[in-house]
Write a protein that binds this ligand. Sequence first.
Ligand code: GAR
Length: 199
Amino acid sequence: MNIAVLCSGSGTNLQAIIDNVKSGHIPAKIALVLSDNKNAFALKRAKKAGIETLALNPEGYNAREDFDKELIKNLKKRNVELIVLAGFMRLLSPYFIKKYKNKIMNIHPALLPSFKGTRAIKDALQYGVKVTGPTVHFVDEHLDHGPIIAQKCVEVSDNDTEEALLGRVHKEEHNIYPEAIKLFVEGKLKLKGRKVVRG
Ligand code: GAR
C-alpha cells in the first residue's frame, strides 16, 4: 500500500514511521512526504531516507479547496491509499475529507475529546489534569473529532513543564502512530459507527 505523510514541522512522528517502514514492521511504501512549509525539517528527514518530497505553498492558492485539489492530484498520481497527518498544521477542506473518507489519520497530543486545537499540551497543563496523552484518529469534517483508533495515557506530575510533558507525549506518539498505521495497512481496522474495532 502506498501512503503519504503530510507534515508542517519537525517530523519526529514522520521519522518513527520511516523507521517502522524501513524495518518492515509497517508493510507499506511512503510514496510521498508533503508539506505546506518548504522549511519543515520533516522534508529533510524524508530526503535523507530517499523518499519523494513536495512542498506546496498555500499562498499560491486562492481557496482552501484549490490547494486541496492540487494535493489530490499528487496523491492520485502516486496511488496513495492512506494519508497520514503528522503535525500537519493546516485544515483540510470538506471536499478533500469526503474524497478520502476514513483514509486520513491524524495524531493529536491529548486524550480526545479533551483539549482539541493547537495548544493541547499547554491547555492540559493549565487545566490541571493528572493524565493526558496522544490520540490517533480518523479525520472527519470536524476538528479533532473523527473515530478514535488508539490512545495512550501519560501521567502529569505536579512540577511538569510544557517541554517535559511534550517530550513524554511524543515518546508515546512514536509508538502508537506506527502501530495504528500498521493495523490499517494490514486491513485490521473496522469501523462500527464511530467506533474503531480491531478485526
Ligand atoms: C505532534 O505532537 C502532534 O501530536 C501534533 O504536532 C506534533 C508534531 O510533531 N499535532 C497536533 O497538534 C495536531 N492538532 P512532529 O512534527 O515532531 O511529528
